[in-house]
Design a protein around this ligand. Structure first.
Ligand code: GLY
Length: 250
């Protein structure tokens, strides 16, 4: 939220001032500082107003994480698990073996993990800054995640974790994916929620305002396998049915 608001204000004040970020949370280090999207929410709708303007510099210091509360570590790991799920199967296997406490204690492993995630995100952004192609894959878990985040006032990482679980289940029907159970296990391992009681109709009403909507369909990010994401255009009517059946089956 801090990088978004700072980046947004700097982008519009006097038609734009140079700015940079010194991220002090895992979430900001691996995700929010990188990419240049600076958005603010309007009511329930996430990032409805915003700019794309890149920071002039990013300055990282892992010692800033010494005072980070546990729930913010957990939040940040949702985006790390997302990166592994869409782009890096080897990283996913590493996450399956370790735990949060390991990265909290081992500074070298943590620094390596942050660097790897910075490279995953910045490579994608450099290839597709304006989200025409590959950058869309980074929205895995975010379509439904953003809707439940504001409706139920969930921490971003928790909402995204729930969004990834639903997207992985949709992937089992719409793509070749067979590993929802593995994703659920990793999310649990890092203290993230994997299901939530929510009202599918309310969620769909918010989801219909998603920026990725195209006429009566939404470009949903699915997994073919761990480490390989795809974009699938799903009609909203079909999506609603599927989300209802996923919720009712739990
Ligand atoms: N500021 C985060 C992003 O551009 O994805």
């Amino acid at each position: 939220m801090v990088t978004d608001i700072a980046g947004y204000v700097a982008s519009v004040f006097m038609r734009g001032l140079p700015f940079g970020f010194v991220p002090s949370s895992i979430l900001a280090m691996v995700d929010a500082s990188i990419g240049g999207k600076n958005g603010i929410d309007i009511g329930l709708y996430k990032n409805l107003v915003g700019t794309i303007r890149q920071p002039e510099f990013l300055l990282y210091d892992a010692s800033l994480l010494k005072t980070l509360p546990k729930e913010e570590w957990v939040n940040g790991f949702a985006e790390i698990i997302k990166h592994a799920s869409v782009k890096d199967a080897a990283l996913f296997r590493e996450l399956e073996k370790n735990r949060l406490a390991f990265y909290q204690k081992d500074k070298a492993a943590l620094t390596k993990l942050i660097r790897r995630n910075v490279v995953i995100k910045s490579d994608i952004v450099q290839k597709d800054e304006f989200e025409q192609n590959e950058r869309r894959l980074l929205n895995f878990g975010h379509t439904l995640g953003h809707a439940v985040e504001n409706l139920y006032k969930l921490p971003h990482g928790h909402a995204i974790a729930i969004g990834m679980v639903v997207a992985s289940m949709i992937s089992e029907q719409y793509a070749d994916f067979k590993n929802s159970d593995k994703l659920i296990e990793v999310l649990k391992r890092y203290g993230l929620p994997t299901l939530a009681e929510f009202d599918a109709r309310k969620v769909m009403a918010v989801l219909k305002m998603d920026k990725k909507k195209e006429k009566d369909a939404i470009n949903y990010i699915l997994l073919n396998k761990i480490g390989h994401a795809i974009v699938k255009t799903i009609p909203i009517v079909q999506l609603e049915k599927m989300i209802l059946s996923i919720i009712n089956s739990r």
